[in-house]
Design a protein around this ligand. Sequence first.
Ligand SMILES: [Zn+2]
Length: 140
Amino acid sequence: MTLRIPKDILSHLEHTGEAYYPRESCGLLTGVRIDADTYSVENFHFIPNVQVDSSADYLMEPQAMHNIIMSHKPGSFRELVGLWHTHPRNKAIPSLIDLGLAQRSGRKDVPYVITSVEFKHTFAYMFTGEEFVKTELEIV
Ligand SMILES: [Zn+2]
């Protein structure tokens, strides 16, 4: 899997993470599924983090998340191509909380994208159903 992301959207993600520091921020990436192994990001949808302790966890505001997902169903003009959140102080490596969220959601068709605010890097992962495997993030 390769996730293509425009440089300006990537820097927008980084700036969003900085703006909410030291809280985690989150959102959805939509765009085009070019084929099963290549997705292209075209838009970032900020979703408020409604987790009470948001320094080490996030919970996307359910209605806002639902609205974006329903308007970007598979086969739509633009589809969901990524789930994004920040790690304000830690590296962009999935946490045990992230693993729990992925196991509960069961989502294996969309990359999980994490931006580390402190370490200034962004990585993408696919969830196999059991673990996260790093995938290519191609900056275009
Ligand atoms: Zn996380």
